[in-house]
Design a protein around this ligand. Structure first.
Ligand code: PLP
Length: 395
């Protein structure tokens, strides 16, 4: 007898993966240049030159046994010191190596936090639209996901709905700003308001409600937007970071959990994250890339291509009469569909335009367009978007 849930998760392909595979199949038939795949969030710009240079230098100059060997479970101490220094330079974080647990990407960081915090009967609050893996990660802990319906006007926090959802079982609120899939960025004012509400409720319930801040897109923000450093506003914040998008190295599987000292005062949160990561087998993240990413922690890949893609697509969609909230960050747009999102995506597919229905993100009648693609693809795809809008209008 096997875990039914695990078999089901292992069998069901994600919608995004399915589209991606379909795109490859269509490319073989009609030519890659005629398939407009906007399904997956794989960075399309090169990592900063320093990433390869550091990897090559470290391999050439270091003792290979040490470089390819295990680090301590929570990560190489020198790498953790370098990441702490970077956080202190950029956010005056007051971080120290013992506050950091180096993980396999944001996914590893999130699972370490969720399993570390979750007790039977707990709830984790998630705002729609959300990264679909949150549900998988949360439910595996035995806790429940409490979903807040989307505010489709601006994809900001619906404070009334949040206030109604919080209760003594709330263990943490997941925050993802800049957001996948909407691109929304929370302002400092929003973070202050969220902090005030959670502090009030933490006091009322007699235990901290944590914020798990999932920040893989922290550095991917556009002119006029900035991402507040949440631990500066809320003491019980756990930061889950990934170098996947900022350094364009998603396949290297590198990120970290940062547990500020303020989050570790009421309960031994760092120990819980480390213990859960140990129990999950998430120890000693990839050794070479711990060192590479730590040395490149202040850098960001050149996101000017994403900025240009965003501009072109926003203009193009507007011309087709497709409404879209302007995203402050990430490389995703999340426009409203003409009619039902599943039907809209099928029409798009008939034009070899591969986009992801909002339903899977907890927000129907929207669609995610991942624009981390060559600009050329966007220019070629704009007529397909126009045809798609026209066909959807005809019903
Ligand atoms: N969280 C969000 C919001 C994401 O979009 C992703 C990846 O796309 C992850 C977490 C997982 O990141 P990683 O690949 O670094 O594990």
């Amino acid at each position: 007898m096997l875990s039914e849930k695990s078999v089901q998760l292992g069998t069901a392909r994600s919608v995004i993966r399915e589209l991606f595979e379909y795109g490859k199949m269509r490319a073989a038939v009609v030519g890659a240049e005629n398939v407009f795949d906007f399904s997956i969030g794989n960075p399309s710009v090169q990592p900063p030159a320093e990433v390869n240079a550091e990897a090559i230098r470290l391999l050439a100059e270091s003792d290979p046994v040490a470089m390819h060997g295990y680090t301590s479970a929570q990560g190489d101490p020198v790498a953790r010191q370098m990441i702490a220094d970077s956080l202190n330079r950029r956010f005056s974080a007051g971080a120290a190596p013992e506050d950091l647990y180096i993980s396999t990407g944001a996914a590893g960081a999130l699972c370490g936090c969720l399993h570390g915090l979750a007790c039977q009967g707990d709830e984790f609050v998630v705002f729609a639209p959300y990264f679909p893996e949150y549900k998988v990660f949360i439910e595996k802990t035995g806790a429940a996901m409490r979903l807040i319906p989307p505010d489709t006007k601006g994809f900001q926090i619906d404070f009334e709905a949040l206030a109604a959802a919080l209760n003594p079982h709330t263990k943490a609120v997941l925050v993802n700003s800049p957001n996948n899939p909407s691109g929304a960025v929370y302002s400092e004012e929003t973070v202050r308001r969220l902090s005030a509400l959670l502090l009030e409720r933490s006091k009322e319930y007699g235990h901290p409600i944590y914020i798990i801040s999932d920040e893989p897109y922290r550095e991917i923000v556009y002119e006029g937007y900035s991402v507040p450093w949440i631990p500066a506003f809320y003491p019980y914040t756990l930061v889950c970071y990934s170098f996947s998008k900022s350094l364009s190295v998603p396949g290297e599987r590198l990120g970290y959990v940062y547990v500020p000292k303020s989050a570790n005062t009421e309960e031994p949160v760092y120990a819980a994250v480390a213990g859960a990561s140990r129990a999950l087998g998430y120890v000693s993240a990839p050794s070479l890339f711990q060192r590479v990413c730590a040395r490149c922690a202040d850098l960001t890949a050149d996101i000017s291509v994403y900025a240009e893609n965003r501009r072109l697509l926003l203009e193009g969609l507007e011309k087709c009469g497709i409404e879209c909230v302007e995203p402050g960050g990430t490389f995703y747009l999340f426009p409203r569909t003409i009619g039902n999102d599943l039907a809209f995506c099928e029409i798009a597919k008939s034009q070899d335009l591969l986009i992801v229905p909002g339903t899977g993100f907890g927000c129907p009648d929207h669609v995610r367009i991942s624009y981390c693609v060559p600009t050329e693809r966007i220019l070629r795809a704009l007529p397909a978007f126009a045809r798609c809008a026209e066909l959807a209008r005809k019903g």
